[in-house]
Design a protein around this ligand. Structure first.
Ligand SMILES: Nc1ncnc2c1ncn2[C@@H]1O[C@H](COP(=O)(O)OP(=O)(O)OP(=O)(O)O)[C@@H](O)[C@H]1O
Ligand SMILES: [Mg+2]
Length: 116
């Protein structure tokens, strides 16, 4: 099992939901977030204009999508998300992955992949 945390543009949430539905993810947890990446929150144009100048950090609204999936679903999900969300512009988002030791469905007591 792996946890995928995807930080995306708010207007791409419906696309990601559709992908996760198509990939038969067992569930998802969505939260709102503020963040910045390597451009420290500057827009595409601002990045070009301000290159080389010192800028302060600007936090932008983002959506955090957290899922835990079977190992075999990880790469297809990454591929589908990149297919749909990758543009020529900075700020498309990021996916962080980490191993998950176990999961328990509280209602039934199922463990591991069965609990997803
Ligand atoms: N290293 C990081 N640690 C934690 N969160 C991050 C990290 N990098 C990016 N994020 C989160 O992901 C969001 C989107 O990041 P973003 O896509 O701008 O990454 P980037 O590395 O700057 O890539 P790009 O050059 O394509 O913009 C950020 O607003 C932030 O919330
Ligand atoms: Mg960025």
């Amino acid at each position: 099992m792996k946890e995928l945390v995807m930080i995306i543009r708010p207007d791409r949430l419906e696309d990601v939901k559709a992908i996760l539905d198509q990939e038969n993810c067992g569930g998802m947890t969505i939260s709102t977030a503020m963040g910045c990446g390597t451009q420290k929150g500057a827009s595409d144009t601002a990045v070009k204009e301000l290159k080389g100048l010192k800028t302060t950090i600007n936090l932008l609204p983002k959506i955090r999508v957290q899922i835990v999936v079977e190992d075999k679903k990880v790469e297809p999900i990454i591929e589908a998300v990149r297919d749909k969300l990758a543009t020529d512009h900075v700020g498309d988002g990021k996916i962080f992955i980490r191993p998950i030791e176990d999961a328990i469905r509280i209602r039934t007591g199922e463990r591991g992949d069965e609990a997803l």
